[in-house]
Design a protein around this ligand. Structure first.
Ligand code: ATP
Ligand code: MG
Ligand code: MG
Ligand code: MG
Length: 473
């Protein structure tokens, strides 16, 4: 069945509405009154107030399509078929009302009935938490899955830190033998492993516990259902796309990037394709985040935006685009998403202005940095060297604000080994100097907290001079 992304999103909401759910709008990516999260990263993240009992919903059945940002997947973007920084999570929720049986039956009905998505049941596999015999029984007896379609997975336990948690059951789609070459040698190449062949599409969480801030778990008075299905992934299946990017959600953006690049075409060379994908991904995240009130800066959310934009700009360079261009993609993002997310076109001028300004500023420093890196590379090549020193990488980072992993990526593309350890050593030394210089200054409070979230993403380690990790002049 061939469906557009807009149709899939709408079908999902219609389906759950027909099962008595209230359709909630997609909430802002910037968490509201929730200091534990940098970004809304799932459908349930905006509904915590219902799950922890602090607010009682009018209707205990809720459904939504929630824009979400996950920085932990940044390094996967463009490399896997299925990861984005901004993606949409389609979810249905039960606040202390229906539980496992309905959640499983409805998920199955939506995926397999012709009236809805009409996927081939033979291609669907599920994972369950080994101790969750209840879920396993439902899959077997109510749905009729055979044992070879049900896989025990020990870490099927959903936990987002503070808040609701519990065992989960995930649904996978087997994209078939054709994808085995991509999945080859992958330790996860089995049903329930996650890779390019066995595509994880939907997570059904049976939340039975409250994870308290002190780290302990207490049973919830009412058991909840929280599910999340990745729209882009389901659309890739329905549109027979080899990756999420060859769908109506991304291709118009990629086509526009092709025209801006002039020399490069999508689908000709795997390295270029990564650049196209990263750009198409990041421009969505940045446009939506700015639309929701975040602005590029040196800390917290703004820092994420700055990093995403700079990363996209570097990939643009690889495609031969040497001037600000990301802002030109905003109208396309806006028109793709307009039927459900009018906020992009509504704020188009503002979003364009912010992105353009940020891009132009970055171009000024980038050109200086690239010249130096290229000189260094030429010099090293002449000497017959095959690796680039940590101190070189550090210098670019420190003096030109060059994102570390981009320097490394660039050097690797030029055939160099990269002394990442050496770079880390320089970083540590600099951190120590910064700490010494700072001792006695006032506590950095919330900033430090926000930054400690970022630190978990290795991609964000270090970089900006004015942040916790960098030097303070
Ligand atoms: P993965 O293992 O593929 O990283 P996940 O297990 O981290 O996904 P969940 O937290 O279970 O993801 O989220 C529910 C669903 O949201 C996933 O089954 C997937 O369809 C979708 N999803 C999660 N992360 C991403 C992402 N970075 N990009 C696109 N879709 C995603
Ligand atoms: Mg993940
Ligand atoms: Mg997973
Ligand atoms: Mg999952």
């Amino acid at each position: 069945k061939k469906l557009s992304s807009n149709e899939v999103r709408q079908l999902f909401l219609d389906f759950f509405e027909s099962k008595g759910h209230k359709v909630e709008p997609s909430a802002s990516l910037v968490p509201f009154e929730d200091p534990t999260l940098l970004w809304i990263n799932s459908g349930v993240a905006t509904l915590k107030k219902y799950f922890d009992g602090s607010v009682i919903p009018e209707n205990p059945r809720i459904t939504n399509a929630q824009k979400s940002i996950r920085t932990n997947d940044i390094e996967n973007v463009g490399k896997t078929a299925r990861h984005h920084t901004l993606f949409e999570m389609l979810g249905n929720f039960s606040i202390g009302e229906y539980f496992k049986e309905e959640a499983i039956e409805w998920a199955w009905e939506f995926l397999t009935e012709d009236k809805w998505l009409g996927l081939d049941p033979e291609k669907l596999y599920v994972t369950v938490y080994p101790e969750d015999t209840e879920a396993k029984k439902i899959w077997k007896e109510k749905i009729g899955l055979t044992d070879d379609h049900i896989v025990d997975v020990a870490d099927n336990f959903w936990d987002i830190g503070a808040g609701p948690s519990g065992p989960d059951s995930e649904i996978f789609y087997d994209r078939g033998e054709a994808f085995n070459d991509l999945a080859e040698n992958d330790p996860e190449n089995y049903p329930g492993g996650e890779n390019e062949r066995w595509l994880e599409i939907w997570n059904l969480v049976f939340s039975e516990f409250n994870h308290k801030p002190d780290g302990t778990y207490e049973p919830l008075p009412n058991k909840n259902i929280d599910t999340g299905m990745g729209l882009e992934r389901v659309v890739s299946i329905l549109q027979d796309a080899p990756t999420n990017f060859e769908t109506d959600l991304f291709m118009p953006i990629i086509k526009k990037v092709e025209t801006l690049s002039e020399t490069k075409k999508y689908g000709k060379n795997p390295t270029d394709d990564i650049s196209f994908k990263v750009i198409a991904d990041h421009v969505r995240a940045v446009s939506f985040a700015i639309g929701d009130g975040a602005l590029p800066s040196n800390e917290g959310r703004g820092y994420v935006l700055r990093r995403l934009l700079r990363r996209a700009v570097m990939h643009g360079k690889k495609l031969g685009i040497d001037e600000a261009f990301m802002y030109k993609l905003v109208p396309i993002v806006g028109s793709i998403m307009d039927s459900f997310y009018p906020e992009i076109l509504e704020q188009e001028d503002f979003i364009i202005k912010v992105i353009k300004n940020e891009e132009e500023r970055f171009h000024e420093t980038i050109n200086d940095g690239l010249t130096i890196l290229n000189e260094r590379i030429t010099e090293l090549k002449e000497k017959g060297e095959t690796s680039i020193a940590g101190s070189d990488i550090f210098k670019l980072y420190d003096t030109y604000g060059f994102p570390v992993e981009l320097t490394e990526e660039y050097a690797q593309d030029e055939g160099f080994n990269v002394d990442h350890e050496g770079f880390e050593k320089e970083m540590t030394a600099q951190r120590d100097r910064a700490r010494a210089a700072r001792s006695g200054e006032k506590s950095m409070g919330v900033q430090t907290k926000l930054f400690s979230d970022l630190k978990e993403d290795s991609i964000f380690v270090g970089y900006d001079k004015t942040t916790e990790m960098g030097t303070l002049e």
